[in-house]
Design a protein around this ligand. Sequence first.
Ligand code: ADP
Ligand code: DP6
Ligand code: CO
Length: 351
Amino acid sequence: MTVYTATTTAPVNIATLKYWGKRDKTLNLPTNSSISVTLSQDDLRTLTSVSTCETFTQDKLFLNGHQESLESERTQMCLKDLRSLRRALEESDPSLPKISEWKLQIVSENNFPTAAGLASSAAGFSALVVAISKLYKLPQSMSEISKIARKGSGSACRSLFGGYVAWEMGDELDGSDSKAVEVAPLEHWSNMKAAILVVSADKKDTPSTSGMQTTVKTSDLFQWRIKEVVPKRFEEMKAAIIAKDFTTFADLTMKDSNSFHATCLDSFPPIFYLNDTSKKIIKLIHSINEFYGETVAAYTFDAGPNAVIYYLEENEDKVFGFLYKLFQNVEGWDSKFTSERLSALASAFND
Ligand code: ADP
Ligand code: DP6
Ligand code: CO
């Protein structure tokens, strides 16, 4: 009895131009293109192992030690697509083991809060799809595999690439041109850094999938955003990344985070992802930029209260000097910061 296994890790990506809204729920096709930066695997990541064996009786997923349902239509779509690519391989090469019909066991672990607005669905579905495509030894390109990850969770299609990534919304009805592409590799602008301020690790009360559906159905502001705001910003942000123009990149990133959260507030009933701590962080970053008379840091918030701060390595002291000074009495805080200390810092804002 042979057991085949494959393991992979996938990083989180944090959008600087947000995806929010689906034009096709089944295929997970977005109402706008988006851009993100993929974080280093040393920070936030998903680790997923998959195995398959003739004797397994059902597909199973264990996430962070608990069995989860695999019934959701989105997960089923991913499994179906991957199995049919494997089946095609087996048909073209009869010497290959016929594992496409065997059941799968998937074990996954996120090393950061799940469903808290830190893109767990992006790292999670990216890892799931990449692990199974490794298990099946699929020859498809990353862009092709990204289309399958997209059906699991839209943002997941961007986690298949490192560095600066665009998800082109495409216009085909079948989604064949809705895929992730690289804007620039990480090395192109390698002094870009991201700090995560964990304001709350709690599970959000409005999951991204349902939140964006309410917005699409009810927000007038959203219509303006997807028609008038995002298409222009998409081109401007790609140009800023290619030119390594931090001021433009940072200003667009902050404006787009604010625009996305404004459409959440304009939804009916309104959706609140930012809390008072998030708002304090927004104000603080603007104060830091004002103090130096230049944009040294940019905030962005996904569908949750946790902040991601983008800055250039050479400005680390400028950005964090303020925070050190403000929080020098916070326990565990010293002149070097780590994500744990940043968590302490963010919770100090709550007081
Ligand atoms: P987030 O802001 O963390 O992306 P979402 O609401 O978009 O939150 O998605 C959270 C959901 O993504 C989880 O409830 C779970 O269904 C799925 N998910 C998260 N991590 C994984 C993983 N490692 N493997 C499979 N699915 C995952
Ligand atoms: C605010 O990709 O989590 O993080 O496609 O329904 O799984 P589903 O949604 P998801 O939404 C991400 C929303 C966002 C912005 C972004 O990552 O672009
Ligand atoms: Co998500």
